[in-house]
Each structure stands twice: as structure tokens, then as C-alpha cells.
Design a protein. Structure first.
Length: 133
């Protein structure tokens, strides 16, 4: 059972943008250090993970609209993207909850009902509909 203290906007943010704790850790770091951009190698070092995993997390968060991807003279870099005040406030609430109620947020990310619903939605997109009439 999910924690009722997680607001609907934070649940929506999790549902739309976060499919792993790796996403959350990356987003948290970039939100808390949003005054600059970071390369995948720097993120890998800061989060103590390999560069390839950091690249995947960064690319997926950028694809979902939470990070901005920048081309620099040294390669690709990323930074937190202030999408709009609603999203920014939801990200801030999520991070505060993650610091104070870590297990509740991790449970929300890996909630089985949520995962099954995403799988069903994906599968429904491939259903062949029969012509009526």
C-alpha cells in the first residue's frame, strides 16, 4: 500500500518521469546543483556509478523533459530544466519527501500496480482493433 502523504502532483511526477531510483538520484543531484551543467562522466563520479549508466539516466530524464541537454565544446552536458512552476514545485516536494521518507518514495517508484498499468497501456497500444460493421 502506498503512502497517503505523497501528494497527487508528486505521484504524477513519479508516474510520468521516474521508473527507477537511479532516475530519482540523478534528478535530485541535478536539482540540488542546478546552477551549472554536468557531463555524464561528472555525474557518474558524483553518484558513484559508471558513466554508461549515468548517460542512460541523463538521456531518459532529458527525453522526459526534466533535464536540458547541452552541446558543449567538451561534449554533452545536462542540467535541471525548469519546465514550469507546477513541475518545479512537484520536483522540490519529491526531493524533500525523498530526504525525509525515502522508503515511501522508493515504494511509489516500484509500486506493482503502477508498473502493471504502464505495461497494460503499452500493450494496449499494439492491440489490433477489428472493424465494426
Amino acid at each position: 500500500m502506498l503512502d497517503d502523504s505523497i501528494s497527487p502532483e508528486v505521484r504524477e511526477l513519479i508516474d510520468r518521469h521516474l521508473s527507477s531510483v537511479g532516475h530519482l538520484e540523478t534528478l535530485t543531484f541535478l536539482f540540488e546543483h542546478r546552477d551549472r551543467s554536468w557531463s555524464p562522466a561528472q555525474i557518474g563520479e558524483e553518484l558513484r556509478t559508471n558513466v554508461r549508466y549515468a548517460e542512460i539516466q541523463l538521456r531518459e530524464l532529458a527525453d522526459s523533459g526534466l533535464l536540458e541537454r547541452l552541446e558543449t565544446k567538451d561534449g554533452v552536458a545536462y542540467r535541471y530544466r525548469f519546465e514550469n512552476s507546477h513541475t518545479d514545485k512537484a520536483v522540490e516536494k519529491l526531493i524533500k519527501l525523498y530526504h525525509s521518507r525515502r522508503v515511501s518514495i522508493i515504494e511509489a517508484i516500484y509500486d506493482q500496480d503502477r508498473i502493471l498499468e504502464r505495461v497494460r497501456s503499452f500493450a494496449d497500444a499494439f492491440k489490433i482493433k477489428q472493424d465494426e460493421g
